[in-house]
Design a binder for this molecule. Structure first.
Ligand code: C2E
Ligand code: MG
Ligand code: MG
Ligand code: MG
Length: 284
């Protein structure tokens, strides 16, 4: 009896494992085919420059339409990183974002998220050059966002790649600042152009004094290091007023705009351009 009970417990456990593993395997298998099936697309979230009072930059964000739903990058990027699929996917993102940005008016820049795995693989600098020249996009119109990670810290070759990109005119941003273990030492190891303050600090800005103090300090830090600052996750007028008063360079968040499909983003840029031209005519 004991033996059969033991076995059924084992089977139950195994079934539970199976379900989780199955789910993961199915995402993995689906992700392998996502590129060729054209299930990946980019949405674009504009960043508002507070001094310029216009869209200064647009962040490209990945979406995966699969099995009648849209899967968030939060769900599939980690799997793409573990399997190495982030390398071809990341290459597609970079090329697609550059091609799209080349159709935008004026000096609007495009920001692309890079996974640390992409630095480990092949020739990242060569890939960026190729994506820019294929799209005929000036290097100064591209920003690369990287999050702090151990991979980056340890590697001389990563720093070399970052310096080469920067020498080309590409801007390098530190994403999600303040969430990792060693944000401050990263600022010392590389001269980032921009610090993006993680949206968790914005989220409890009104309820927590310490978050406000931290945001203020990071904006000041950016100013003294000659780096611009972006407040992520700005959802209310109150948050906007606070970061504006503190001298933040840019805001990104649902208050100004959610991520948009490419056509809607192009319309937004076009109407903004129209409005500023009308302003100029009126003034002259
Ligand atoms: P991230 O780079 O920090 O991107 C900002 C995230 O904040 C986006 O989530 C955006 O939709 C969300 N967001 C923007 N404004 C607000 C707001 O006001 N409130 C709230 N609650 N959220 C806001 P998303 O698109 O789900 O992307 C999540 C993360 O996935 C990104 O965080 C980035 O780390 C990663 N990711 C997205 N696309 C790519 C990609 O092409 N390559 C790589 N390697 N990672 C990507
Ligand atoms: Mg980002
Ligand atoms: Mg971010
Ligand atoms: Mg973030």
């Amino acid at each position: 009896k004991a033996k059969s009970e033991g076995r059924s417990t084992y089977h139950f456990f195994e079934a539970g494992m199976d379900a989780a593993l199955q789910q993961r395997r199915s995402i993995e298998a689906g992700l392998r085919l996502a590129l060729q099936r054209q299930e990946l697309r980019l949405v674009y979230q504009p960043l508002l420059g507070l001094k310029e009072n216009r869209v200064t930059c647009v962040e490209a964000l990945l979406r995966w339409d699969h099995d009648d739903r849209t899967i968030s990058p939060v769900e599939f990027i980690p799997i793409a990183e573990e399997t190495g699929l982030i390398v071809p996917i990341g290459e597609w993102v970079l090329r697609e974002a550059c091609r799209t940005a080349a159709t935008w008016p004026g000096e609007v820049r495009v920001a692309v998220n890079l996974s640390p795995i992409q630095f480990k693989s092949r020739d990242l600098v060569g890939l960026v050059k190729s994506a820019l020249s294929e799209a005929r996009l000036a290097p100064t119109r591209l920003e690369l966002e990287i999050t702090e990670s151990l991979l980056l810290a340890e590697s001389e070759s990563v720093l070399k790649a970052l310096h080469e990109l920067r020498a080309m005119g590409v801007r390098i941003s530190m994403d999600d600042f303040g969430t990792g273990y060693s944000s401050l030492s990263y600022l010392r190891s590389f001269p980032f152009d921009k610090i993006k303050i993680d949206r968790s600090f914005m989220a409890d800005l009104t309820s927590r004094q310490d978050s406000q103090a931290i945001i203020r300090a990071v904006i000041g830090l950016g100013q003294s290091l000659g780096m611009s600052t972006t407040a992520e996750g700005v959802e209310t007028e109150e948050q906007l007023a606070m970061v504006r008063a503190e001298g933040c360079s840019e805001v990104q968040g649902f208050l100004f705009s959610p991520p948009l499909p490419p056509a809607a983003l192009a319309n937004l840029l076009q109407s903004e351009k129209g409005a500023s031209e009308a302003e100029r005519k009126k003034a002259s």
